[in-house]
Design a protein around this ligand. Structure first.
Ligand code: SF4
Length: 471
């Protein structure tokens, strides 16, 4: 079940099969721990300096995006690539399809790219009769299961190896075997054929240097490299915010993205590409097209939440978020889940903002997302800003909250009601737990928590006494 609003998040999380919840919780927790070790072991003195510097570089790039896009276009064109600009996701899909149709492409292989999830490229191309194969192992499993990714780095965070083994068996990829190495080897054999059959490879890019036009693709499976090198036509579909000014900036970001996303010092494969193959080169695409996608990014850039465009899609904020860990990514009803999604998805929704105006409420505002973000995005501030926007724009799902919180808000804003409620504290405390559990509004809390023991004394009386003494 996908919840219609985050007011159902609690139910959604509780309805998740225990196995799924445990898988998501363990997967995100262990990745967070690896991130912590990898960053603080190697940069005990400067970890925060790195994050702040990376944040400043990205912010500077965003503030001069027009210049850097022009520079990147020139650099890429000089290296033999053809650059296109798409104002919307639909337009990006149209450009990609036209390029394929003009060249008679029938089969395409694709590496993981969030922006193509955003534009729904694969269903669009499949509708036009082009066979599309996801080559990232996680995305491949999502594809054969007709599922949706639940994490931006680990799309199958919600699945365990037994479920995957069953999917492989069902798809004729071997008898049931849940050994991860066997699963990976089988996927590799299957996908290897697909690379050679394909006429086109589609990728995103993690970064693009405006200085040289160099695109950087990072993977742990080497699949982006195969998509590009084994096919004649390479189409890179890239969000305009992926630029960095210079080649030398890349070392900072590559250092941070692997550590933040998976706790690796560097991801296993790093491709630096800035054009199709040149005469004499043994492999690589004969033609390369780069499609820079806006799709509401310039609107976000003009908004009070523009810092979210610094995001390098590492997934660290998801892994550390207590809401994500309980609810999993599908609860966010959008391509981008977790804290980054709670900010980015409503903003990218444009006119449909009210439909996702509840997402910014999916946060305890604990601040953990900001602490781990490698580009120092003040996510809790942006969440508050969007909650406010939702209220101002009258989005129904942005207001009120659950009945207990509504009651709390009423009490906290009226001193007499607050005073009366404080007097009730003792009575509530001595009420047996079993009786509390039958009050529907209190059930969600009391069924899993014990109230602390009443220690006696009333702060207001105490304060009154001391106030008198002071006089
Ligand atoms: S918001 Fe920060 S932590 Fe979250 S995915 Fe983006 S870069 Fe990573």
């Amino acid at each position: 079940m996908t919840p219609k609003s985050f007011q159902q998040i609690d139910k959604f999380a509780r309805d998740l099969p225990k196995e799924v919840r445990a898988t998501v919780y363990d997967g995100s927790k262990s990745t967070s721990e690896k991130r912590y070790d990898s960053i603080w072991r190697d940069y005990p003195e400067t970890a925060d300096v790195l994050r702040e510097t990376a944040g400043k570089v990205k912010q500077h790039t965003l503030e001069h995006l027009d210049q850097y896009l022009e520079q990147a276009e020139k650099s890429l064109t000089a290296a033999g690539a053809k650059v296109h600009f798409a104002s919307t996701g639909d337009r990006a899909n149209e450009i990609a399809l036209k390029l394929m149709q003009e060249r008679g492409v029938k089969k395409m292989v694709k590496s993981k790219s969030m922006v193509t999830e955003e534009t729904h490229l694969v269903p669009y191309l499949e509708k036009a009769g082009i066979e599309c194969v996801e080559t990232d192992l996680g995305e491949f499993i999502v594809q054969i299961d007709h599922d949706h990714p639940s994490h931006i780095v680990k799309p199958i965070m919600h699945k365990n190896r037994r479920q995957i083994a069953k999917s492989f068996e069902r798809e004729g990829l071997g008898d049931y075997n849940d050994d991860p190495e066997t699963i990976t080897r089988r996927a590799r054999v299957h996908l290897r054929k697909k690379y050679f059959e394909a006429d086109c490879g589609v990728t995103g890019a993690n970064f693009v240097s405006a200085e040289s036009g160099r695109m950087v693709l990072i993977t742990n499976e080497g699949n982006a490299r195969f998509c590009m090198a084994a096919t004649k036509l390479h189409i890179a579909i890239i969000g305009i915010e992926k630029l960095v000014p210079r080649d030398q900036d890349l070392s900072l970001f590559l250092n941070l993205i692997g550590r933040s996303g998976t706790g690796q010092q560097l991801t296993v494969y790093q491709q630096f590409i800035n054009g199709p193959k040149t005469p004499g080169q043994p492999d690589g695409p004969e033609e390369m097209h780069v499609i820079f996608v806006d799709n509401k990014r310039t609107e976000v850039l003009a908004s009070e939440c523009k810092e979210i465009l610094r995001c390098i899609r590492c997934g660290a904020c998801l892994n550390v978020c207590p809401i994500y860990r309980q609810a999993s990514g599908h609860a966010y009803r959008s391509v981008y889940p977790g804290p980054v999604g709670a900010v980015l998805s409503p903003l990218l929704a444009g006119d449909k903002f009210p439909e996702l105006a509840d997402l910014p409420k999916a946060s305890s505002l604990c601040g953990a997302c900001n602490e781990v973000c490698p580009v120092n995005i003040p996510i809790p501030d942006l969440l508050l800003c969007l909650r406010d926007k939702g209220k101002r724009e009258g989005a129904k799902n942005a207001s009120a909250g659950t009945p207990p919180m509504g009651m709390y808000a009423m009490m906290a804003s009226q001193p007499s009601a607050w005073k009366a409620a404080m007097r009730l504290g003792y009575a509530v405390n001595i009420t047996p737990q079993a009786m509390m559990n039958v009050v529907p509004a209190a059930q969600a809390w009391t069924s899993v928590r014990q109230l602390p023991k009443w220690r006696g004394g009333k702060f207001r009386d105490w304060m009154g006494e001391h106030d008198k003494d002071a006089k």
